[in-house]
Design a protein around this ligand. Sequence first.
Ligand code: KIV
Length: 270
Amino acid sequence: MSTHADSKPWTVPALADAKREGRRLVMLTAYDNSFARVLDANGVDLVLIGDSLGMVVQGHDSTLPVTVDDIVYHTRAVARGLNRALLVSDLPFQSDATPERALDAAIALLQAGAEMVKLEGAGHKLDVIRFLAERDIPVCAHLGLTPQSVLKFGGYRVQGRDEAAAARLREEARAVAEAGAQLLVLECVPSSLAAAITADLAIPTIGIGAGPGCDGQVLVLHDFLGLDTGHRRPKFVKDFLAEGGSVAGAVRAYADAVRSGAFPDDAHSY
Ligand code: KIV
């Protein structure tokens, strides 16, 4: 299956081209150099240094303890392993509380090798997105189940289920794109809502537990390899190692399944 000119390095503007041309984007998280090299060599378009590392690498119960220094450390290691994939790094909990704090954190992440920063939420974060975008820092927004808001949500729950919440999310998605985000992660929202948001926007959406109607998909590396992380395995997770037979085979199986639209199916969606 053809990918992004097969071996051309990804750039931020190429993401919107992919959406216009109907090419689905394949994203996975990585936290170290060895996995980064396997992902890069086997068809992954975007690699995310997610603050999920707090849960799957550091053993915490949430992403809240993760610091900018943690993300910088893992970003440096992963950046050295990538030739083709675009590297996106998370702004961890409250490092984006104000535009100025977010700028300092984003500079640290870009200087470590990130090409885009991801931040959770809308509301006051719209000013943060605008502030970063005006300073030429590419931003990926993240809506739906935003794990940094776990205390407010009272757990990790599907978002946007009722009509009012769905309308709110749809409005927030338009607002983050309008503020300058160039990519949007939608986590744990009903498939129909994610498909509607995807149709509303010119920027690509990346789903995780958001059904097949997004422009791309992301999974946490440990979930995708079927590892026991000590946390409940959500419905949207599929063990691709079982299917691929090796780590490289799993990455290829995932990339093919995302590009063909075979993953996620209804069994892995809400
Ligand atoms: O931290 C992370 O890995 C993420 C993904 C779940 C999208 O934000």
